[in-house]
Design a protein around this ligand. Structure first.
Ligand code: GDP
Length: 481
């Protein structure tokens, strides 16, 4: 996958040939190339040669009939986006038409934002027109390439210059082979956290090693677990202070104090929220679940002490339920309703007393770890974003609507999705949850949280207030359709 920062953006006023050049560089016809501005979507992107993401920013801020000020606002918006999102900027001008005031505005903005673009003088269809390109030297830009996107002239030279500006692809560092999945158990006192640990540690298939360098207050254990299929999975149980040692490690009185559990949550990749089957989901459980997600940790749920339910059914079925399984289903439904903010988290029913379901915990951790390692393809991320934004429109902020131009995954464990937006407004919590839920179901992220990083222009207070009061009528839509 192309790393998030290998992006090249095309900027320039309408009709200089951005779409045409976009298609030519992409070596295929993607967008409908039309001389009418505004036919392309806000930002068109394509992955070129598996090396970089090419972006045509030409659609940003365009509306069908724009006055000069709206046009200037739109190109300013394009330039802002391009500077934030791309490593390399190709600034397109029309060689036949010559330098226009709008070109100079773009040039000023780029300079103001501290970005040196590659100046691409387009529509130089034959060597005789080269003289026209000379006029642009007034802009004082170091690198200039003249091309004809239409006839393919000069494109190889442009590709070379772009590639040099991008530099080599250093890629993402591969994950260390000995990387361990760091897990911990969190929950109210007496739900059975220590008992679960001890049950786990008693497993024949587990090899346990104390992690050197940990102190008496904070003990981590390395666990190598042999799944029945033969795979060996490497875990680290973080912050097990309080587990008393005996045999492999110990029978414990208490897993950790509540202060420690916050520390453990921070240290872990995956946190299991342990609930007591007898008390269901309490307010404290809900709060803790929210806190774990807030901390950006993958979250699984363990319903412990299930032996009570099993025992009850073995003796005397509860009225209203066919069997234990039926009861479990109802329990799960109620639990999902209560923990609505974590809809896809795995839920495991266990008994630390009998050992029921205990190994399932490690299976779930392994499954979540595989999900956490995923790369979310940029094209699917953007398709999904556009669907989600269409399905439910974000609210209006100071007269214009929050809009996402482009999204890209910037890291995993946890997933970070950078959203390039028209405004740097904070996503309100319900809308963020809505987006996260959309990602969760589209990519099957099962309890693994997403963090959205918003990149956008600061909302200019004075200007937008002036707009709101009607000082500049008709300009309100300049930043969005
Ligand atoms: P912690 O505070 O969450 O670490 O809870 P403990 O592991 O210390 O367990 C609290 C109490 O619940 C102890 O008396 C355990 O023996 C009991 N307990 C823990 N897990 C189970 C279980 O699955 N079934 C039953 N019946 N009792 C359990």
């Amino acid at each position: 996958m192309i790393t998030a920062d290998r992006a090249v953006a095309l900027v320039g006023r309408p009709n200089v040939g951005k779409s045409r050049l976009f298609n030519a560089l992409a070596r295929k016809r993607i967008a409908i190339v039309d001389r009418q501005p505004g036919v392309t979507r806000d930002v068109n992107t394509v992955e070129v040669d598996g090396d970089y993401t090419l972006m045509d920013t030409g659609g940003i801020g365009l509306t069908p009939e724009m006055d000069a000020q709206q046009l200037a606002d739109a190109v300013e918006e394009q330039v802002f986006f391009a500077v934030q999102a791309a490593r390399v900027i190709c600034y397109l001008v029309d060689g036949r038409e010559g330098l226009t005031p709008l070109d100079e505005i773009i040039s000023d903005r780029l300079r103001h934002l501290g970005k040196q673009p590659i100046l691409v003088v387009n529509k130089i269809d034959d060597p005789g027109l080269e003289i026209k390109a000379a006029e642009f030297s007034r802009l004082g830009l170091a690198t200039t390439v003249s091309v004809s996107a239409e006839h393919g002239r000069g494109l190889d030279a442009l590709r070379e210059v772009v590639s040099e500006a991008l530099g080599p692809d250093l890629g993402v560092e591969p994950e260390a082979q000995t990387r361990r999945v760091r897990i911990c158990f969190a929950g109210r006192p007496n739900v059975g956290k220590s008992s679960i640990c001890n049950r786990l540690l008693a497993s024949e298939r587990l090899l346990v090693n104390e992690v050197p360098g940990t102190t008496r207050d904070s003990v981590a254990l390395d666990l190598d677990f042999q799944f029945s299929g033969g795979d060996e999975i490497h875990f680290r149980l973080v912050d097990t202070a309080g587990l008393k040692r005996h045999g492999k490690v110990g029978s414990a009185v208490e897993y950790f104090s509540s202060v420690r559990s916050h520390h453990a949550i921070r240290e872990a990749d995956i946190v299991f929220l342990v609930l007591d089957a007898m008390s269901g989901v309490t307010r404290q459980d809900k709060n803790l679940g929210g806190e774990i997600l807030e901390a950006g940790k993958a979250l699984g749920v363990i319903v412990n002490k299930w032996d009570y339910a099993q025992e009850t059914f073995s003796r005397n079925p509860l009225t209203g339920y066919k069997n234990e399984e039926d009861f479990r289903r109802t329990f799960l439904e109620a639990l999902r309703k209560n923990l609505f903010f974590m809809p896809n988290s795995p839920v495991i029913f266990t008994s630390a007393k009998s050992g029921f379901g205990i190994e399932e915990v490690l299976h779930a951790a392994h499954e979540m770890d595989l999900i956490l390692a995923r790369e979310l393809p940029t094209s699917r991320v953007n398709q999904l974003l556009s669907q989600l934004l269409q399905r439910r429109k974000p609210r209006l902020v100071k007269g214009s609507r929050f809009k996402v131009y482009y999204g890209v995954q910037t890291s995993r464990r946890p997933f970070r999705i950078r959203l390039y937006c028209n405004q740097a407004t904070r996503l309100d919590a319900p809308y963020r949850r809505y987006l996260a839920a959309g990602f969760n179901s589209e990519f099957g992220l099962r309890g693994c949280p997403l963090i959205f990083e918003i990149i956008g222009k600061p909302v200019r207070k004075a200007k937008s207030d002036a707009r709101q009061s009607g000082a500049r009528p008709g300009k309100r839509k300049a930043h969005g359709r």
